[in-house]
Every structure is written in C-alpha cells, then in structure tokens.
Write a protein that binds this ligand. Structure first.
Ligand code: WT7
Length: 675
C-alpha cells in the first residue's frame, strides 16, 4: 500500500541531457513518437525494415508475418544463423580484433604461478571476435563429434565463464536447441528440465567460484543423470580443478575434445522459425514452463532493443550483470550485444567478494560505460553504504539500466546519484522471459524519465491495460500486449494447450471472437502522460531478488516432505529482495515413527528440503506452522488472507499467532466466505 501510494505521488521528471541526446541513436521524444507511429501504421513494414538493416540473412523471407493467434511466425522462408550474426559478420569487418568478451573470474588473485599473468591481481581473459569465433567453431565441431545434430536439445549447466557463451553460440551454429539451467538450481530441477526437454546432451563444469567458495556443478549432474537415461554424453569444462567423478564413455573433458577439434565450421542456414532455445521459468502451477524462442524473430528483438535502449556504440564497454542462466543473460549478455558487435564485460562471481565494492572496482578498471543491473542489487549496495562506490572512479559510466522487478523511487534516486553521478540516464526496462526482449523502456536520449516508471512501449510494441473482465481500463489493471512482436515466445515446449490457456485466454476475444491479446500476469497503471507503472505480479508468481518463483512449485516441494500434510506459500514485501517466501505448513499428526511436532529444527529441515528440491533461491525466509489453512467451502486456500497475515496486516483482530490464526481459519470457513 505505502509503496503504491508513494509511486502514484511521484512527480519528479528527468530530461535526457542535451549532450547525450545529440550523440544518441534516437535523439528526441519527437523522433521516438515518429518511429512509434510509423510502426503502428504498418507494423510488418517496420519490422521488415529493421530485420533488413540489422541482420544478415542467407536468404530473404517471402512473408513477414503469419499470425494465427496465438501462434506467430516471423520472416517465413528466411534463412539465418544467430552465431553467424554474432560472430562471422564481425570477423569479416574491422571488428575482427575488437574485444567481444572481457571476462573476470571471481578469485581476486590470478591462480597462475608462472607466465605473463603470474602474481597479477585478477584473473582476466579477453576474447576478440576472431578468437571467440574460433572457439565457437571448434566447440561446434566437438559437439558434432559427440553426435549432436540439428534440433537436439542440449542442457547447459555452467558457471559464468566465457565457455558458457561459447557453448550457446556453438549450439546456435548448428541448430541444436540449448536449454541453459541456472547454476543455482538443484539436481532435481535439472532432472525436471532434462526430462521435459527430452535432452540428450549436457554441457557442464566441475564447478564455479562464488563468494569465495566453489559451487559443485558436476556432482549435481551426476545425481540428476541417475534419473535421466536419455542423456548420451556429458562435456565437462574444467574451471575449479576440484576432484570430480568422470564416468567413462559418458563424460568427456572440454579441453580434450577441443584439442582435437577443427576450427572450420560453417554456420548452418536455419529457418527463421527454427527454435533457438528453451528456457524454463516458473508459472502458477507446480511445473516450470519451457519457454520456446525462435531464431530470426528473437535475434531481431535482441539486436534492435540492445541498440536503441542501451544506445550501443562501438566504443562502449557494456556490462549486464545478470547470470546467463536467466533470460536477461541470454538476450543482454550474449545475443543482443554480440549481434551488435559490442564489447561485453562478464564477471563470474558475487558483487560483494572479496569486498562490497567489487562491481565498482570492475567498472573502474575496465572503464565500463553502460551498466545494466537489478533493483535488488541496487538495494543491497544502498545497504552496504555509499562509501564503497565513493572509493572508485565511475566517470566512465554514461548509461544505467534496471530490470527484473519494479524499482522503488528511492533506489532509483540512489542509483542515479551515487552510481550515475547525476549525469547518466536510467533505463528502467520492463519485459519477461516470454517476451524475449525489452518491451517497455525509456530511450535514453529521447524519453524523460520518472523514478519508478518503465515509461513507454518501444516502437513496434502495443501495450494496454484491462480490468478483471478483460475490458480496456483507463488507469489501472492488468498489463496486456495487443499485437504480436518478432521476439515473442512461440509456444511452451511440448504444451501448446498450456501456452494458449496461460497467456491468451485471460482477456476478452476481439470483435471477431479471436483471442489475440497476450496476458502478462502483471498489474500496472498508466498516468496522464501515457507512462506505464508496473506494480508486480497478479498471479501466483513471486519475485525474490528479481528471480521468478511459482508458489505452487514451492508448495509441492514442501508437501513432498514426509512430515508435511499441507502447505501454502505466499510472498511478502522485503526491503532487500523485493519479496520473500513465506510458507504456511500443516504437519501430519504422525508418520508411524511417533508424533510430529513443530520445532525450529523442523523449520530448518523444511527449508533445506526446498533448497534440495528447487535450489537455494526458493528457500523460504519464513515457515509458519499452523493447525489448519484457511479455505473456502469448496476447499480453495484463501491466499488473500494468508498474504494479509504474511504482510503483518491485520485482518480480524490479532492474527499473527498460530492459535488465533486457526481460530480465524475456522471462523472464516464457518462464514463460508468465498475468495
Ligand atoms: C517479470 C518477468 C525481464 C527479464 C528478467 C526477469 C517483473 C521485470 C520489470 C520492470 C517492473 C518488472 C514483472 C515481469 N519485471 N522487469 N522493469 N519493472 N517489473 O524475467 O523472470 O520472466 O520475470 O519480472 O513482474 O512479469 P522474468
């Protein structure tokens, strides 16, 4: 409530600086509006022009769009390759020896005892476009040698090392469909994803460095593969040199395969609609959805949005701090910037290792010009104190970005002042795994910004707000998208029905009876300037540190514990992580081994259980035992009530204690209140 009120009262407006605008790709609000109306008038022409200007096609398309709601096909008949666009076309230009990736490992001292890097602080690797191209070609050949073919699904479960990007680009080169699984997910999550995608190959590493320790990745793969007999081959990149098990016949070292691999590998001309990747994300059911993205349309979105939102130029040093395991890393660490021929900074580890100024240290040393990070990180920096950024020269920065959740105006202002030195525009970018790329965002040289608002849709994107009946709403309601766009998801992998139901059935059909409006799952408001203020999810999805979690997934993890009878999970606001997971749990009376009673030890056991089932990102902040969950007469859990309780809002009398809560539950049930 307080947050929303403060957002609605927000009156500050920041105009882009004249010097920035003069140099920007899009220089004024009028230019933005002109582009926007051009795109509205003739969307197909608009996108076709972009596709021609920004990408290399082996063969042009015959038709720009085939739209049979909710299924879209873009650039039909066109042949294109993502890896070619990110590498070969730059290698054939003056960019050949330009830095594509500047990577920094987490350990603050280089492990090398001899050679040029010996004794020097920081482990840094720079790959030029030419070098990256060679690595990708070799690894594509290594994959082929293992039997990987076009259309095969390849799981990538790696730390933030350049080899992760190399693996993705190698898959893209031959049309193998990658599915990157974030390194923080558990063995069980890996099993779910491998099984759903029917993946037959896994690329991983022994481990990765994070906050001073090494994360075990290969152990999780070994554990997962006990339940995945379909996986034929595992390629292991050696990063930490920790001792791991290598299964003869199945497991191969990355460096062994690369030593044999030829650097010649032609990029396969793929159908524009060929799937580039599947990325799993949480929804309102217990089962994650495999979001399927395309080749041509997706790459266009990634390229176009990177260029206009980040105003990418050839002399930029661009750093998106997201892990590649999330969509932000796919689109804005790998595909978007590399397709633009940009120099990308990539960092392996935590922002506060060895000290809370690691990010500022990296920006100062590499002279980063564009920083794209998440509100949750910004709030952590605020908490750690202004003295950390103050120790560093951040004058190289010219543009800041934010993504993942609504940014509270206070964090926005802090970011602008302490990191941007009052001089850098901020782009608050709204989008989703499903949308493939940014849809609502300021253009830094054109759009006046208001702290907390993602401002206006990009040219080519048609946004609207509807009420709960699906009718257009003037001010507040559900955020929807009215027109297809090239980088939109194509379907849920293997589940077109769920795709239809989840995203295309919530809003009233159009006049012809066709459901052609995409439902985002977000609540939003539009102000008198046509600016959008995205408030957060309206479904059973919560955002913890910008990571998306399905409450149903956590519930099903909890009830899989032998002592748990029932569980309900809701989010509550948290100063640092945006939202935090609160679980209400009813225990079984006994399980044959005596009576089960609530205890702090059992709380810890349940938290560990969720970590094991999903990963540490889903670990509940709070577990509350209760005798009963409040339900409607039809048996539906009354989440609104639980949310009130988790927020510490008073519902009826004091509901914060268990007894009162169960009394309340019974009371409510007796009243027969339906949610
Ligand atoms: C959800 C999508 C966007 C890529 C990374 C997360 C929330 C994202 C913003 C923003 C307000 C935002 C929405 C959205 N969200 N960016 N700038 N302002 N909310 O992707 O995990 O698919 O999550 O993140 O709720 O629906 P994701």
């Amino acid at each position: 409530m307080s947050e929303i009120t403060s957002i609605l009262k927000e009156k500050r407006v920041f105009k882009p600086g004249a010097a920035f605008s003069q140099e920007a790709h899009i220089k004024s609000f009028r230019d933005y509006e002109r582009l926007y109306s051009q795109a509205i008038k003739n969307p197909e022409k608009f996108w076709a022009t972009q596709a021609k200007e920004q990408l290399h096609w082996f063969k042009p398309w015959n038709k720009v769009l085939n739209w049979k709601p909710p299924f879209a096909k873009w650039f039909i008949g066109g042949k294109i390759n993502v890896s070619y666009n990110c590498l070969d076309r730059h290698v054939a230009s003056w960019r050949k020896n330009k830095a594509a990736i500047i990577w920094e490992g987490e350990p603050p001292f280089a492990p090398q005892k001899t050679g040029a890097a010996a004794g020097r602080p920081h482990e840094i690797r720079t790959l030029t476009y030419n070098q990256l191209h060679i690595e990708v070609c070799k690894f594509a050949n290594a994959l082929k040698g293992q039997g990987v073919r076009k259309g095969d699904r390849v799981i990538i479960y790696m730390p933030m090392v350049p080899e992760l990007a190399i693996a993705m680009l190698a898959c893209a080169r031959m049309g193998a469909i990658h599915s990157v699984v974030f390194g923080g997910f558990s063995a069980q999550s890996l099993v779910d994803r491998i099984t759903d995608a029917q993946a037959t190959f896994v690329i991983t590493a022994d481990g990765g460095f994070r906050r001073g320790t090494s994360v075990n990745l290969k152990d999780a793969v070994d554990e997962a593969l006990k339940s995945c007999p379909g996986v034929k081959s595992v390629i292991v990149y050696q990063r930490t040199k920790q001792i791991i098990h290598m299964q003869t016949g199945r497991d191969h070292w990355w460096h062994d395969l690369m030593a044999q691999a030829s650097p010649d590998c032609k990029a396969d001309p793929l159908d524009s609609e060929h799937p580039l990747y599947i990325l799993y994300t949480s929804g309102s059911t217990g089962k994650p959805k495999g979001i399927q993205h395309s080749t041509g349309g997706y790459l266009l979105g990634a390229t176009y949005t990177s260029k206009i939102v980040f105003d990418l130029k050839d002399d930029d040093v661009y750093w998106c701090t997201a892990d590649i395991g999330w969509v932000t890393g796919h689109t804005y660490v790998v595909y978007g910037p590399l397709s633009n021929g940009a120099t990308v900074v990539m960092y392996e580890g935590a922002p506060n290792y060895p000290q809370p100024d690691r990010f500022w240290d990296i920006i100062e040393r590499h002279k980063v010009t564009i920083l794209y990070t998440a509100p949750t990180a910004i709030r952590a920096f605020m908490k750690w104190g202004d003295e950390w950024p103050k120790k560093h020269d951040l004058k190289s920065l010219r543009l800041l970005g934010s993504v993942g959740e609504p940014i509270n105006p206070e964090a926005w202002m802090w970011y602008q002042k302490n990191i941007g030195g009052g001089r850098c525009p901020i782009v608050d970018t709204w989008w989703q795994t499903e949308t493939g790329g940014i849809l609502i965002s300021p253009l830094p040289g054109a759009t006046p910004t208001k702290p907390g608002s993602a401002t206006r849709p990009l040219p080519g994107i048609v946004v609207d707000i509807v009420d709960k009946n699906g009718d257009p709403s003037k001010e507040g309601g559900f955020l929807v998208l009215r027109k297809p766009w090239p980088h939109m998801m194509r379907t849920i992998w293997g589940d077109a029905e769920r795709f239809k139901k989840q995203y295309w059935s919530q809003v009233k059909p159009n006049k012809k009876g066709v459901s052609d409006t995409y439902f985002t799952g977000d609540g939003a408001r539009r102000d008198k300037d046509g600016y959008y203020w995205v408030m957060g999810r309206v479904d059973d999805v919560i955002k913890v540190s910008g990571h998306r979690l399905g409450t149903a997934e956590i519930e099903s993890a909890l009830v899989s514990h032998p002592k748990v009878a029932e569980a309900a999970v809701v989010g509550r606001p948290d100063e640092l992580t945006g939202e935090a997971v609160v679980s209400f749990v009813t225990l079984k009376m006994g399980n044959g081994q005596g009576q089960i009673s609530p205890s702090d030890a059992l709380k810890d056991e349940l938290k560990a259980h969720v970590t094991k089932a999903i990963g540490s990102i889903a670990r509940p902040a709070e577990i509350r035992f209760t005798d009963a969950l409040p339900k409607t007469r039809s048996g539906k859990i009354m989440r609104r009530l639980l949310r009130d309780i988790a927020h510490g809002r008073e519902t009826v009398g004091d509901t914060t204690t268990l007894e009162d809560f169960s009394v309340l539950a019974k009371l409510r049930a007796a009243q027969g209140e339906e949610e």
